[in-house]
Design a protein around this ligand. Structure first.
Ligand code: DQA
Length: 142
């Protein structure tokens, strides 16, 4: 089984109740269950984590860099602000896929810049909870 770390940034613990018109009605626990089931069927051992704290995300990326683990990350608002998360992501040696539930490019201008995209293998955005499964599918072919 190939290990994949799926990291989620701030406020994603509130999915389901948070702006459902933008992010849908699926909870983060539902997304974790979807990813775990898809992973089991496709040879991935999924390690799914969320934090509202930038420090946790940085430490988890460093852990993945040290162990050569592939990462799927939804950095949430830190996408647009965190040089520290980008720098940690730069250290990864295995593929990194950036995901978003919404399409940030079709939203407010401050969401149009991703500091993470430039160091990601690729980005999947705008497909709601499906974005995560599309990222796993992409990873299985990398
Ligand atoms: C998000 C998009 C970000 O702009 C926003 O800050 C989020 C969620 C998404 O998944 O669509 O928190 O990453």
């Amino acid at each position: 089984m190939r290990k994949v770390l799926i990291l989620n940034g701030p406020n994603l613990n509130k999915l389901g109740e948070r702006e459902p018109e933008v992010y849908g009605s699926t909870s983060l626990a539902d997304i974790e269950a979807m990813c775990t089931a898809y992973g089991n069927e496709n040879g991935f051992q999924v390690d799914f984590r969320q934090s509202n704290d930038e420090v946790d995300l940085i430490n988890w990326l460093q852990e993945a860099a040290s162990s050569g683990t592939s990462v799927i990350i939804n950095p949430a608002a830190y996408t647009h602000t965190s040089v520290a998360i980008r720098d940690a992501a730069s250290m990864l040696t295995a593929p990194l896929i950036e995901v978003h539930l919404s399409n940030p490019l079709s939203r407010e201008e401050f969401r149009h810049t991703s500091l993470v995209s430039g160091v990601a293998t690729g980005t999947i955005a705008g497909f709601g909870a499906q974005s995560y499964l599309l990222a796993l599918a992409a990873l299985s072919n990398l």
